[in-house]
Design a binder for this molecule. Sequence first.
Ligand code: ADP
Ligand code: MG
Length: 160
Amino acid sequence: MSYKITQSAEETKQIAAELAQLIEPGKVISLRGDLGSGKTTFSQGFAKALGIKRAVKSPTYTIVKQYPLGEQGKLFNHIDAYRLEEGGAESIDLESFIDDVTITLIEWAEFVIDYMPETYLEIELEAVDNDERKIQVRTVGQSDDYDQLRKEWTQNWKGL
Ligand code: ADP
Ligand code: MG
């Protein structure tokens, strides 16, 4: 699998922005990684590149935050499922937030795994040093669309 090492939060945001520039509405992305690995930082770079001006924070009390995109009717969902670690995933009705006009980014998707769509992009972030993060990505399920997106996004990354 190919991977990318970033040396700063800014670089992680830049990598996220590159994905945002390639992605189409309807797509779902899972962000995995320990606390502090950079999931929210990634989400911020991603959202900014989608043209969202409001700051994307780690929602403490809200699990789902919806942002309108520039194009009429299109939306960006930022979901942080961390608070569902102890259960309660059914209460947020994840499926109702995912549709053809919406781009969805989910931190801690492992806590809503039973409600995830059949196919999505899974990005894993790992702290390898103070400011160094390793980023890896795979397609979950069978999807030429996601495979194509992944290949375009990672074409300059290092191979293993
Ligand atoms: P998470 O949402 O995974 O818990 P955050 O994005 O909230 O993680 O926090 C990541 C922290 O690590 C931030 O303080 C960020 O500035 C810092 N950081 C340092 N280097 C990097 C890097 N290469 N990529 C992303 N974040 C980094
Ligand atoms: Mg976070």
